[in-house]
Design a protein around this ligand. Structure first.
Ligand code: OTN
Length: 487
């Protein structure tokens, strides 16, 4: 009798609440999407994050003079890449699963890899193809053919041109930018190296940014020092391939402008930074940026590249990995093999989310549309969100049977800003006694992607504890994986 009474009371309460939810707007707000918090990415930055890895190509006069920082006096005739084959470059990228390539069109030595109308210091006066060659054309054509997004480094610093730093130089650089942005199809990124560029002011860059935005609105700007106002992405503060932990997508723009006193901020970002300017991690596969035969035996190993991947892509950043084509105009086979192997490791590790069939329980779910299993469905367009007003949460994954894993992946919904600011993961064999994963304890940022590696663990249950946030959590992905090899 008693039990029946309680049940019927519950039923009456349920009917009453359901009726209220249907009748009042509270029903809608229970399922409303989370509101963005803090600075959020623009459309260019969202596209940029999805590239994950970008290739850099340092190729130019330095390749022929065995230099890295030519002084701008080398004779243009020495430039002669007899076997240049940009289709070989793009085939290396295709195999490595890299979708975007940035070509150095002009480095600080001022030599132009395309027959610019605005200088004689270019391929026009080289011995290559009797002055009829155009590396930028061959590169952008090869990219088009292979479905790769082409991008350009046009060195702001110029040791060849005596106008460097003056208003006349500003005209010269703007004309070259227009030439490159108008005549070679879509250009997806422009790279404003800060090296040696201290004479250039914000007013130079204001004009040049206007040129970029006018001709190629989708073009991402890598901004440094005085181009800080236009930066879609920032320098990470080193050239070794490592973002900080944490690594926030936000930063105060002045930390970019005054980079030498803000290397830590560049490396980690700033949680309450006023602008959304995430880190692009530039590192060369060889010790130098340009090709030197004596470095053929010093190409980064697969283990080194795997570390770099986890410490850049796995730290909410985009990896910009440099290839150094040789004097022939080709990427050496060892460099190509190393990135083939990197791709093998990425695919072999992440093809199988061992949590993909888990049952998932959340402490503060928001509702059906944002249900916990969205975290493991492997799709881009669903996500889990905690209920409004809850910036902490606990998600428990029952993997069904004990699994062995050594990698963890988390992805936040970047369009909604940086929300979760502290989290930990632990595991259990019986769902009662929990063991922390030290490498995944008391972590801070998540962002586009956060990866953690650890000694293999065996567990039936895994738990994500969100212990601090700026707003309710909004997460795309929770994954656990097993690497094909471990160190
Ligand atoms: O000597 N340097 O100019 C230098 C040494 C080591 C690391 C970086 C630099 S220059 C630095 O390069 C970055 C790209 O890697 C950015 O363009 C920075 O703005 C620039 O200062």
């Amino acid at each position: 009798m008693r039990v029946i009474r309680i049940t019927s009371l519950r039923t009456i309460a349920c009917i009453y609440i359901t009726g209220c939810l249907a009748a009042f707007p509270i029903a809608a707000s229970a399922q409303a999407p989370p509101k963005p918090v803090g600075p959020v990415p623009n459309a260019r930055q969202i596209e940029w994050y999805h590239r994950e890895i970008i290739a850099f190509f340092h190729f130019g006069m330095n390749t022929f003079t065995n230099d890295n920082e030519g002084d701008g006096t080398a004779n243009p005739e020495v430039f002669n890449p007899a076997a240049l084959d940009c289709n070989q470059w793009t085939s290396v990228l295709k195999r490595a699963g890299i979708t975007t390539g940035i070509l150095v069109a002009k480095h600080a030595d001022g030599f132009c890899n395309w027959p610019t109308k605005h200088s004689n210091y270019s391929v026009k006066n080289s011995s290559w193809k009797e002055g009829k060659g155009d590396v930028v054309r061959e590169f952008t054509d090869a990219c088009k053919k292979a479905g790769i997004k082409a991008a350009i480094y046009l060195g702001p610093h110029d040791r060849h041109d005596s106008r460097y730093g003056t208003d006349d130089y500003s005209d010269y650089y703007a004309s070259q930018l227009s030439e490159l942005l108008r005549n070679y199809g879509p250009i997806w990124e422009i790279w404003w190296d800060g090296a040696g560029a201290d004479k250039l002011t914000t007013s130079h860059y204001t004009r040049w940014a206007d040129t970029v935005r006018r001709h190629q609105p989708q073009c991402v700007i890598f901004g440094t020092k005085n181009s800080y106002r236009f930066a879609d992405c920032r320098w990470v503060g080193n050239e070794s391939g490592f973002s900080g932990d944490p690594c926030w997508s936000t930063i105060n723009p002045f930390s970019i402008r005054d980079e030498s006193s803000h290397i830590q901020e560049l490396n980690h970002g700033e949680i309450n930074g006023q602008a959304y300017i995430p880190a692009e991690v530039d590192v060369s596969i060889r010790p130098s940026w340009f090709y030197h035969p004596e470095e053929d035996k010093r190409v980064k190993t697969v283990t080194e590249l795997w570390d770099i991947y986890f410490n850049s892509v796995g730290r909410n950043s985009v990896l910009l990995l440099n290839y150094a084509p040789n004097k022939e105009g080709l990427i050496s086979s060892v460099d190509a093999q190393r990135t083939d192997s990197l791709r093998y490791l990425i695919n072999a590790t992440f093809q199988n989310n061992l949590a993909s069939k888990a049952s998932v329980k959340a402490m503060h779910p928001r509702g059906e549309k944002y249900k916990p299993t969205n975290l493991i469905d492997g799709t881009e367009n669903t996500y889990y969100a905690s209920a409004e007003g809850f910036s902490t949460d606990t998600l428990t994954f029952n993997l069904g049977s004990p699994q062995v894993f050594d990698v963890l992946m988390l992805q936040e919904v970047i369009e909604l800003g940086q929300r979760t600011t502290r989290w930990s993961v632990d595991y259990s064999i019986n769902g009662k006694k929990w063991t922390p994963i030290p490498e995944a304890t008391d972590k801070q940022s998540i962002g586009y992607k956060w990866l953690v590696r650890f000694k293999p663990v065996r567990a039936k249950y895994v738990r994500l504890r969100i212990t601090e946030g700026q707003a309710s959590a909004a997460l795309h992905t929770f994954g656990v994986y097993k690497q094909p090899i471990t160190k």
